[in-house]
Structure formats: structure tokens, C-alpha cells
Ligand binder design. Structure first.
Ligand code: ATP
Ligand code: MG
Length: 425
């Protein structure tokens, strides 16, 4: 207990029920915070997704939410919790922290420990203390607490200096009724809307850089994603399927795992070629892909398709060709990368961890039967007359019936609710 007469008697930590003290992680909510009357639903989904992300982390964990912050702790090293939490869409920041009773002496001791650890007694390290009170009944104001903590830290670690404008390290202190959280590090989270709060989408996943980045962007806007990959079997080797599987597994680390549907398109591609698609072969294939994907989406309850198209990136992605593709889809086709440049996309692929997979060589179905020069201006009447020569409905049906369903990244059984999203743990 402090004997400083300037400090009002703090509430003893014994007046509170015991709480697990020690290391934990503070997760600041992002856009969920702005959701007004729906906030409850968004917060619940955020927590469900966090629970799924923590599966298999190697020990028991606990979660508690207050004041738009989720606190995460457990019998697991904080580094492991941080790593998992940074992949959950919807948290603006991730802070390794310490949880102590809301008693002045406990807070002071922990502040000194934290700054001593960061400074390593390094001479001249500049620090600041920022205090927020969730509990306005706490007997000291935030600014008073900042001054007192700062001076106690300086007394204990004289090698430090105070700098409130450009500190090397900021000690953040959040005081709640029973417990207080102290942290010196704020890592960026993924922000965005919790996966599943915007519905479910089916991503057309090729082996390139673009579609995985598009999927990641769709997830960050709250879409739970399943994936469909078309390969050229039986005329190509399975290399593109291995890539699609590895990409979906990587992407599933950001969401409650979605399924991967692999469709062997080779024979149908041949049918289009025989029907006279010529320079429109690639666009005709894309139309068949979105037709098939639309039907598959209907079966699995997805409400939209997602592709990695970027306007004008390659011949098949001119406006005329995209319009021709859209005409064949029965669901909205979302294109999160439509205005992005290739280099931006590759940089993003690196940061989300898909670039190393996308760079691997594969035998892509689109290059199978591709004409030497792809038409940049799809003519719809020509496309329709080619398609009339084959029984499209039957082709789509057969493609779907022979599709393979894989579950990349599902190391453990994840209970799934009726809406296809993870059931609360
Ligand atoms: P790249 O980085 O090589 O451009 P990409 O994935 O963007 O790869 P594109 O040929 O540009 O491939 O195709 C545009 C979009 O069409 C893709 O982003 C993807 O959504 C879809 N697509 C193309 N090929 C396939 C495929 N084999 N399976 C599923 N979707 C595909
Ligand atoms: Mg592309």
C-alpha cells in the first residue's frame, strides 16, 4: 500500500473476485465499434471467429469483452495468442499486455517492471505513460495517474527520460473496476468486418497472384469464403490443384475454414473449342466457369462470386470481356481488385503469405486450348451461338456432380452452424 499522502486510499484488490492475472492480449475492435444497434451481432461473430482461430493453439484460453476491447489469455505463450489474433479480421490492434488488480501498488509495480523490461536499463530511452479509466470510480483521474506512474517509474529506473511528444515507448494503462491492463506494444490487426457478417461468397481461385488477394479482401469486408478451382484434367497435370489447395489453406487461416471445390474442366473446354469458340475460347471458358460457379454457389448457400479480375490487366479482362462474363453469371460477380495495379497486388500477396505459393509453376487450364491471340472485344452473339451447340445445362450439371470437395487447413473438426459459419465454441 502506498504511504504517499497525495494518493487517496485505493480500493484493495481483495474487494474484487479473484481474476487470472499475468500476461494477456488486448484486441481493439475495429469497424464493429460503429455498428450501432447491430453491434452485439457483430461482436458475437468476432468472438466466434477468434475462438475458431484459437483451436489447436496448444492450451486452454479465455476471452472477455468490455468497452470495445476483447481480452484474450490462457495457458499459452502470449506470442502464440498474438500470432493467432493478428489473423482474425475485425481487430484494429493487437497488444501484448499484463493484467493486474486495479490497486495502485499493483499497477505501479507492473508499470515499473514493464518499462524496465523494455528499456533494459538503456540510458536515455524516452517514454510516456497514457492512462484510460474504463472505471470512472477509480479514485485518481487519468492525468493524475499518468503523472504519478511516470514519476514512480523514473524513481525506479533513472536511466529513462520522459518525453510526451516523441516517446520511444508508450506505456498504455487501462483501468477497469477489478483489473488493469498495461501494455508497451501495439501491433496492427487486420481491421475490417468480422468474417461472416456480410454473408457467404464463392471465390474463383486460380493459381495466380490475383484471386487469393481478392479473396482476402472479400474476407476483410465480412464475407465468409468458399473456393472453386477449375483445372484442365484430364489434359493437364494436377499441379494447379496442389497450388489451389495450398492457397485455400493459407487463406483459411484468416477465416473459419471454407471448402475448396475442384472441377475438371478439360473435356468441357474441348467441347467449346470443337463448337468453334476460336479467338473467344478464353472468354467462353470464363463464361462456363461463372455459370458453373453460380450453380455451385446455389448448392452451398453462397450469395455472390468473387474473382481476381483487374480491369485491362490481360486481354481477357477488357471491359467488353468482363461484361460478357457477367452476362453468364446468375449471381453478382464481385471484383475487389478491379482498380488495382499488378505490383500493388503482388505486394499484398506477399504480405498475406500467398505470393510464395502463387509464384510456383503450374499447368493452368486457361492456357490449355488458348488461341494465339485472345479476343479483347467479346461478341455476345458469337459466344451465344457457340454455346448453343453444346448442352450447357447438362455440362454444368456434370461438372458439378464430378467436383471434388476438399477442406484445406481443417486439422480439427469444426462444428458448423446452419448458416455455414462456425458454431460458437
Ligand atoms: P494472374 O495473377 O496470373 O493474373 P489470375 O488468378 O488473376 O492470375 P487470370 O487469368 O487473370 O488469373 O483470371 C482472372 C480471374 O478469373 C482470376 O482472378 C480468377 O478469379 C478467375 N480464374 C481464372 N482461372 C481460373 C481457374 N482455373 N479456376 C478458378 N478461377 C479462375
Ligand atoms: Mg489476373
Amino acid at each position: 500500500m502506498s504511504d504517499d499522502p497525495r494518493i487517496p486510499a485505493p480500493r484493495a484488490s481483495s474487494d474484487a473476485a479473484p481474476v487470472p492475472h499475468g500476461p494477456c492480449v488486448l484486441l481493439k475492435h475495429g469497424e464493429v465499434f460503429l455498428k450501432g444497434r447491430n453491434r452485439h451481432r457483430f461482436t458475437e461473430r468476432l468472438q466466434d471467429n477468434l475462438r475458431v482461430a484459437l483451436r489447436g493453439v496448444g492450451g486452454s484460453t479465455w476471452i472477455k469483452t468490455a468497452h470495445n476491447v476483447t481480452v484474450l489469455g490462457g495457458q499459452v505463450p502470449v506470442e502464440a495468442l498474438v500470432e493467432r489474433a493478428r489473423r482474425v479480421v475485425g481487430f484494429n490492434s493487437v497488444e501484448p499486455a499484463v493484467r493486474v488488480p486495479s490497486a495502485f501498488d499493483d499497477i505501479t509495480a507492473s508499470a515499473i517492471d514493464a518499462l524496465r523490461a523494455v528499456s533494459g536499463e538503456r540510458r536515455g530511452l524516452r517514454f510516456a505513460v497514457r492512462v484510460r479509466r474504463w472505471d470512472k470510480q477509480f479514485p485518481l483521474t487519468s492525468s493524475r495517474m499518468e503523472v504519478l506512474l511516470g514519476s514512480r517509474v523514473l524513481d525506479a529506473v533513472p536511466a529513462l527520460t520522459v518525453d510526451l511528444t516523441t516517446p520511444d515507448v508508450t506505456l498504455n494503462v487501462v483501468i477497469d473496476r477489478r483489473e488493469t491492463y498495461l501494455s508497451c506494444e501495439r501491433l496492427p490487426g487486420l481491421s475490417g468486418l468480422p468474417v461472416g457478417t456480410s454473408g457467404r461468397a464463392l471465390v474463383l481461385l486460380s493459381g495466380g497472384y490475383d484471386s487469393p488477394v481478392a479473396a482476402h479482401r472479400a474476407m476483410r469486408r465480412g464475407l465468409a469464403c468458399d473456393f472453386v478451382h477449375f483445372n484442365g484434367a484430364p489434359y493437364t497435370n494436377p499441379s494447379s490443384v496442389y497450388k489451389a489447395y495450398a492457397l485455400a489453406r493459407e487463406l483459411n487461416r484468416y477465416q473459419p475454414p471454407g471448402t475448396l471445390h475442384v472441377v475438371a474442366l478439360g473435356k468441357a473446354q474441348k467441347q467449346l473449342a470443337v463448337a468453334g469458340a476460336g479467338r473467344l475460347q478464353v472468354v467462353a471458358q470464363r463464361r462456363l466457369m461463372v455459370r458453373t460457379a453460380s450453380a455451385l454457389a446455389g448448392r452451398i448457400g453462397a450469395q455472390a462470386l468473387v474473382t481476381g479480375d483487374s480491369l485491362g490487366q490481360v486481354a481477357s479482362q477488357t471491359l467488353a470481356n468482363l461484361v460478357a462474363v457477367d452476362e453468364a453469371a446468375t449471381l453478382p460477380v464481385l471484383r475487389p481488385l478491379i482498380g488495382r495495379e499488378k505490383q500493388e497486388i503482388i505486394d499484398e500477396a506477399r504480405s498475406i503469405g500467398t505470393a510464395d505459393i502463387s509464384v510456383l509453376p503450374d499447368e493452368d487450364c486457361c492456357s490449355l486450348l488458348a488461341p494465339p491471340r485472345v479476343s479483347t472485344g467479346a461478341r455476345l452473339p458469337h459466344l451465344r451461338s457457340v454455346e448453343k451447340r453444346i448442352d450447357l445445362e447438362e455440362v454444368v450439371e456434370a461438372l458439378l456432380d464430378s467436383a471434388q470437395v476438399l477442406r484445406p487447413g481443417e486439422d480439427e473438426e469444426v462444428p458448423v452452424a446452419d448458416d455455414g459459419c462456425p458454431a460458437p465454441a
